[in-house]
Each structure stands twice: as structure tokens, then as C-alpha cells.
Write a protein that binds this ligand. Structure first.
Ligand code: ADP
Ligand code: MG
Length: 727
């Protein structure tokens, strides 16, 4: 039988770029397949249009009669675009997206049929969802869940299907998805931030959280990927010797994008633009075959949907171009991994970015208020942020020898650090007129100038201020942004709510003026949250030691990190902010632990299988060739053969050692798995993490040694150099 690796390589080498035609300007095709304001105006009654706009802006309810009108308009629009089916599009707790397609087509008797889609079908559906993870919610409570239309994220057409973004909830009200808690968190941060904004501008009636994600990924030829069971089943390579040429040369970053990749990207961008995903930048990343795509930022809920949708679209477009997309955070050992920076900010309906300094001292006091409150929130809930980005695959970045570290800290740059240092010295209680003037002119007033030349960039910080937004860099490339965005916005909401209470108390009981009260509270926050601020190298060992001294957490593994999700503090927080109740929090924790266990379990099995079924037989085959060679030499040279067969005999011995190494480690790993499988929950996750997983590297060690010894012609698995440098 021919070697699958070589047939894959032949296929790869013969591939041509798929031709992609740019038909229109981007501005013309943007959002063409989205039921956006423009198409709503065109296809809906004025009444229906206004009611949807109100629902988007103020969260008002849409009654059934109006829903019927909306559905009718949506259907007409979709049919005019050639859609034949519709689906409620939702994000179950698997982290992926799910859909269940129904045809518009319905028979109406007398052998006739028509296209139908009523308000009821738009507003609510019951997917056959018993197979989605629910963390015991539906076992304990009600057996069924339903999907409900989310009017704040517009419907879109993908292929020939009208996709309607929805939340997925149990009949008892518990959220069964990622979107429902996110929407509640965004509502909470809107309420809390709007209330704080009133100190500065009474006209503010709504605050939106914004998100701009940067998606990193690898592209691998699909035939080569298919030759690797590990990539197919786990999304990463479990074996493979480093290539002679790695990223040492650093020649990939912003390098030229090869033709096949370029046509993939153009195709992807066209698809994204039609779907209203405002993709903007594309470039090569640090590692070979690693790339990044970033859109213009959007309102957080929409941005989260767009990221999930993009990941789906990417896989489909990649297939067309003979590529496999790898979203795994660490597909290749020894090569840079992938992340998904989440750029986050808050902005008002009056068009002000609350994390961007303004032109007047008052605007800057507003900026400082939101800036300091954000730092304080991250300080108070650093462990929860760490938990929100925990996954088996992201553990390869966080807490391993890669960026960013598992320790959450905030970087703000030296200039803003000195502003905060000065604010720490603000007098307690009432301020003298001189001090007020000094604050206004020399400290708060100087902020815009400071930021202009604030070119400070710290790439090692997991949470960095970058001029007019914070950037959460620790999110994994495979993750659904909903998790970290729910956590971040919830803790900010809580923080702003507390801030308002404290400021009001100073105004009402101590008779302080508004800005005096704000300065007073900020001063205390700056002091209290000092330990979360770190401007140094986040990768260094010194930081780990320093972080211990400061009492910051350093949860290197998912089973460790996830504990923070079900602490009393976390449950209280989510309940207080109306984001999730205890059951919902615990259910998610259970699902995430379960997912961790499953992933490591699958990796262990796949690794055992490949090592036994691919690696060992190949090594034995090669060893047999060597043995034949040695016995041939013996025939020729008689007793003197050893002189001529020394290297071969050496190799034969080494191969035997590594085969034995693989076998004994697999046996030990299987034994640990057996033990782990008798456990449940935290204990099972701990066992998989601490007892099973350590064998992966040991098995890999022997296999990678064999890869270097065995004749290249025999090796069945695509090698790193082929996966990473073949385009
Ligand atoms: P980087 O140096 O990390 O590449 P960029 O300046 O290119 O940073 O911006 C990165 C991302 O930040 C982009 O996706 C952009 O849309 C997003 N971004 C910019 N402003 C905001 C904001 N106010 N809120 C959220 N995201 C933002
Ligand atoms: Mg970035």
C-alpha cells in the first residue's frame, strides 16, 4: 500500500490557487446578505421597523402581531435572495454554533404549496437539543429548552439559509447557551455605566460595550492534515519532530502572503463582507503558516456573533481552497501558538468612548473614572478572568512557556502610572481651591498630551491599556469570546455600581462636591488595586516570584483555574448583577470540567493509537531492514562483520529502546486513565491533568526520536516541515 503521506504530498504540490474574482467594491457588497436597517426599511412596515429598532436600542418587547409583520418582511427579503430554508442560529455550551434547518416551503392542501414563515417561527423554536451539554440543568429542572430570537443581532443569509441569531434557554428560564448570559452582562454594564455617566453628562441614556477581536489561526494543506489522525481528532499535532527551519529566522511576520493563501483570504474577506463582518486587517503572524484576521470593532454581542460566524465561514472557505484551518491554541510544539486578543471599551449613545481621554478636564475625569474602575474590577476578580479563558487547549499558552502568562495583571504604561501615582496623594475629604486647580490643570488636564506620545507597548501583558481601549490578550484562538466578555462586563458592571454608591455616599453624608467625591473614591481604588498593575516582563521567572509576593493567583491549569468560577464570590457576583443564578454558574463549571476531561482523554487515546499503530510498526519495519543489512554484512564479512555494522547495530538497539519506551509509557498512561475514569468532576479533571497528561510528552519524546532515525520514505505521518512550509 502506498504511503498516505506521499500521496498527500503529491496532492499538495499539484494544487493551484482557486481563482477568486472581486466583483464589487467592498463598500457595495458590505452587509448584502444581512437583514440590516436598510433591508428592514425596504421589506418591513414602518411599524414593524420601528418596533425592531426600539427593541435593539431599549430592549423593548415585540408583540406577536408585530412579530408576524417582521417575519413576513424577513421571509420576503430572504426569498428575494434565493434562500430556501431558515434556521435559529445559536451558541450552545459546546462553544461552537448550532443550527436546525427548516424549509420555508409548506403544503397547503389541494396539491398546492407556498413559502411560509410566521412570527411564531421567528420568535421561538424548540430544537431537538437533548444532545447539547447542559450541566445538569435540564435533568434537575425541565427536560426541554427553546431558542428565542435576539433582535439585537441581525438575521443573515449563509448559503441558501436564513440564519436567525437566538438565545437558547430552558423552559424554567436558565440559560443553556453562551449568548443569554452575555446579553444580561451587557445589560448590567449598560445600567451601571449609564448611571455613572450621569455625573458627567445627563444626556447619556445608554452605554455599549464594544469588542474588536483579532483572530489568529494556522492554515495547513488539507491533504496533509488528513494524513494526521491527531490533527483530525484533536486539532493539534501530538507528535512530530521540530523542523530544521522553524521560526528562528523570524521571516514570516508581515511577510509576503503566498498565492494560495492570498486567494483563500480574498475569498474569506468577500464572504465576510457580504455577511456584514467588517474585516479589515490581515497579516502573517510569527510562526510559519500562521495568520491573523481582525475586523473593525463592533457592539460586543454582535462582535461575538461575528467571531463565531467567521470561524464557521473560515472552515468552509478553507475547504474550497484545499486548506484546513487550525484554531487550536498550540497546534505545533516549539512553534508560536495562537490567541484571540479581545479589545474592549465602553461607549455612550452620545458617541463618547469612555476609555478615551477628551479635550476638557471634565471629560478626562470621566476617562479616569472608567479607567481606574476597570483596573479595580480586574484587581478584585483576576481569578475569575483567568477562569473565563481556561481550556485544555489554552493551557498550552497560559502557564506554559508561552505568552501571555497565567497571572493576570494590568499594563497601563509609565505615563498613566505616574498620573495614578499623583492621584494617590489627593487630600482626603474636601479639596482646597488650589488643589482643585492643580488637579484640573496639571494632572487631569495633561492626560491627552500624555497619551499622544504614549508609545509604550508591552506585548507580554495579559490585560493592557492601548490608548483608548483595554486589550485582553489571554483569550484562546479557539474560544468563544462570549465567555470572557460576559465575565469582563459583569465585573465592570459590579465595580461601577459600587463606585456610584460610594460617591453618592460621600456627596450625601460628607457634603463633598461631585468631583471631590469622585477624586476621593478614585484615590482609594488606586491604592487598593496597586498590586494588579505590572509594567515589566510578564514572561520572566521574576514576575512569577513577584506575583506570589503580591498575592496574585497563578493558576496554570484549567482544573485549577476553573475553581474560581464556583467560588461564593463568583456566584454572588453573577446573582447580584442578574447575569446568572447559582444553577447556571454551576452548570457551566460542570460542563467545562467535563470538556477538559474529554479533551485530554481523547488526546491520550489518539496518542496511544498513533504511537502503537503508526510509529511502532514503521520503526519495526525499518529495524527489519537494518537487521537484514546486518545479516547480509555477516554473510560477506563473516566474524569480522561487526566492524562494518557498528552503526546499524547501534541504531537497531536504539530503535528497540524507543519502542520499549513508547510501550511502557502507553501502558502506564492507560493505567492512569483507567483510574481517572473511576472518578468524576474535579477529581477526574485533576487526575487527567496531573497523572495522565504528563505521559504525553514522554511518549512523544520517544516517537520524535524514532522519526529522526527511521527512513524518511517509510514515515507515514506528514512531518512538521511539510505541514508548516507546504503551500
Ligand atoms: P494591535 O496593535 O493590537 O494590532 P490595533 O490598533 O490594530 O491594535 O487594533 C486592534 C483591534 O482593536 C482592532 O480589531 C480594532 O477594531 C480594535 N479596537 C479599536 N478601537 C476599539 C474600541 N474602542 N473598542 C474595542 N475595540 C477597538
Ligand atoms: Mg492586539
Amino acid at each position: 500500500m502506498s504511503n498516505i503521506r506521499f500521496s498527500a504530498l503529491r496532492e499538495t504540490v499539484n494544487r493551484k490557487p482557486v481563482e477568486v474574482f472581486d466583483t464589487e467594491r467592498k463598500s457595495e457588497s458590505f452587509g448584502k446578505n444581512v437583514f440590516n436597517e436598510h433591508s428592514m426599511r425596504q421589506f418591513m412596515t414602518k411599524e414593524a421597523y420601528e418596533s425592531v429598532m426600539n427593541a435593539i436600542e431599549f430592549g423593548t418587547k415585540i408583540d406577536r402581531a408585530t412579530a408576524n409583520q417582521v417575519a413576513a418582511g424577513m421571509k420576503d427579503w430572504a426569498l428575494s435572495k434565493g434562500a430556501t430554508h431558515y434556521t435559529h442560529w445559536f451558541q450552545p455550551l459546546t462553544g461552537a454554533t448550532a443550527e436546525k434547518h427548516d424549509a420555508f416551503f409548506e403544503t397547503i392542501g389541494n396539491g398546492r404549496a407556498m413559502e411560509k414563515f410566521a412570527g411564531g417561527e421567528l420568535v421561538q423554536q424548540e430544537p431537538d437539543a437533548s444532545s447539547f451539554p447542559n450541566g445538569g440543568i435540564r435533568n434537575t429542572f425541565e427536560a426541554r429548552g427553546y431558542t428565542a430570537w435576539d433582535p439585537t443581532s441581525p438575521a443573515f443569509i449563509y448559503g441558501t439559509t436564513l440564519c436567525i441569531p437566538t438565545v437558547f434557554v430552558a423552559y424554567t428560564g436558565e440559560a443553556l447557551d453562551n449568548k443569554a448570559p452575555l446579553l444580561r452582562a451587557l445589560q448590567a454594564v449598560d445600567n451601571a455605566a449609564t448611571a455613572v455617566c450621569k455625573y458627567f453628562d445627563k444626556n447619556v441614556t445608554k452605554v455599549n460595550a464594544s469588542l474588536g477581536w483579532e483572530q489568529e489561526y494556522f492554515l495547513i494543506d488539507s491533504a496533509l492534515a488528513a494524513s494526521r489522525p491527531d490533527i483530525n481528532l484533536t486539532g493539534r499535532t501530538l507528535l512530530g519532530h521540530s523542523p530544521a527551519k522553524g521560526q528562528q529566522l523570524d521571516d514570516h511576520y508581515f511577510g509576503s502572503i503566498p498565492n494560495r493563501v492570498m486567494s483563500f483570504m480574498r475569498d474569506l474577506e468577500q464572504e465576510s463582507i457580504l455577511l456584514g463582518i467588517p474585516v479589515k486587517t490581515r497579516h502573517n503572524e510569527v510562526a510559519p503558516n500562521q495568520f491573523e484576521l481582525a475586523p473593525i470593532y463592533e457592539e460586543a454581542n454582535l462582535a461575538v456573533d461575528h467571531n463565531s460566524l467567521l470561524m464557521d465561514v473560515m472552515e468552509k472557505v478553507a475547504e474550497k481552497h484545499g486548506f484546513r484551518v487550525l484554531f487550536h491554541e498550540k497546534p505545533f510544539a516549539g512553534i508560536n501558538g495562537s490567541g484571540k486578543h479581545n479589545n474592549w471599551s465602553l461607549s455612550t449613545n452620545t458617541g463618547v468612548n469612555l476609555l478615551s481621554p477628551g479635550k476638557t478636564p471634565m471629560k478626562n475625569l470621566q476617562f479616569l473614572t472608567f479607567f481606574v474602575n476597570t483596573i479595580k474590577a480586574v484587581h478584585d476578580y483576576e481569578e475569575l478572568i483567568r477562569a473565563s479563558i481556561a481550556s485544555a487547549s489554552n493551557d498550552h499558552r497560559l502557564g506554559a512557556n508561552e505568552a501571555p502568562p497565567a497571572i493576570i495583571s494590568v499594563f497601563i504604561g509609565s505615563q498613566l502610572s505616574s498620573v495614578l501615582d499623583e492621584l494617590e496623594n489627593v487630600t482626603k475629604g474636601k479639596l482646597s481651591p488650589e488643589e482643585k486647580t492643580d488637579l484640573k490643570l496639571n494632572i487631569v488636564g495633561k492626560i491627552p498630551e500624555i497619551l499622544l506620545d504614549n508609545t509604550d507597548r508591552n506585548r507580554t501583558s495579559p490585560f493592557a491599556f492601548t490608548g483608548n481601549k483595554f486589550e485582553l490578550r489571554a483569550v484562546g484562538s479557539w474560544a468563544n469570546c462570549a465567555g470572557p466578555m460576559t465575565t469582563l462586563n459583569t465585573i465592570i458592571a459590579k465595580q461601577l455600581k459600587d463606585f456610584k454608591v460610594e460617591v453618592d455616599a460621600l456627596i450625601n453624608t460628607k457634603g463633598l462636591k461631585k468631583d471631590e467625591a469622585i477624586f476621593n473614591v478614585l484615590r482609594e481604588y488606586i491604592k487598593a488595586s496597586k498590586k494588579i498593575r505590572f509594567e515589566g516582563n510578564g514572561y520572566g521567572e521574576e514576575w512569577e516570584k513577584e506575583a506570589v509576593k503580591r498575592g496574585l493567583s497563578n493558576n496554570k491549569t484549567t482544573p485549577e483555574a476553573l475553581k474560581a468560577k464556583i467560588s461564593k464570590k463568583a456566584i454572588d457576583l453573577h446573582e447580584e448583577m442578574g447575569v446568572m443564578n447559582k444553577v447556571e454558574v454551576e452548570a457551566r463549571h460542570e460542563i467545562e470540567l467535563e470538556e477538559y476531561i474529554l479533551r485530554i482523554q481523547i488526546e491520550g487515546r489518539v496518542l496511544g493509537d498513533i504511537a502503537r499503530n503508526h510509529v511502532i510498526p514503521t520503526a519495526v519495519k525499518y529495524q527489519n531492514t537494518l537487521i537484514e543489512n546486518v545479516s547480509g554484512l555477516k554473510n560477506i564479512f563473516g566474524d569480522n562483520f561487526r566492524k562494518h555494522a557498528k552503526e546499524q547495530i547501534d541504531l537497531i538497539e536504539k530503535i528497540s529502546e524507543h519502542i520499549a519506551g513508547i510501550n511502557s509509557k502507553i501502558e502506564a498512561m492507560v493505567e492512569e486513565r483507567r483510574k481517572a475514569n473511576k472518578l468524576t468532576g474535579q477529581k477526574a479533571a485533576d487526575a487527567y491533568c496531573n497523572k495522565v497528561k504528563p505521559y504525553f510528552d514522554q511518549i512523544r519524546y520517544h516517537s520524535d526520536k524514532l522519526e529522526m532515525m527511521v527512513d524518511d520514505e517509510l514515515w507515514p505521518l506528514a512531518k512538521y516541515r511539510e505541514l508548516l512550509f507546504t503551500r
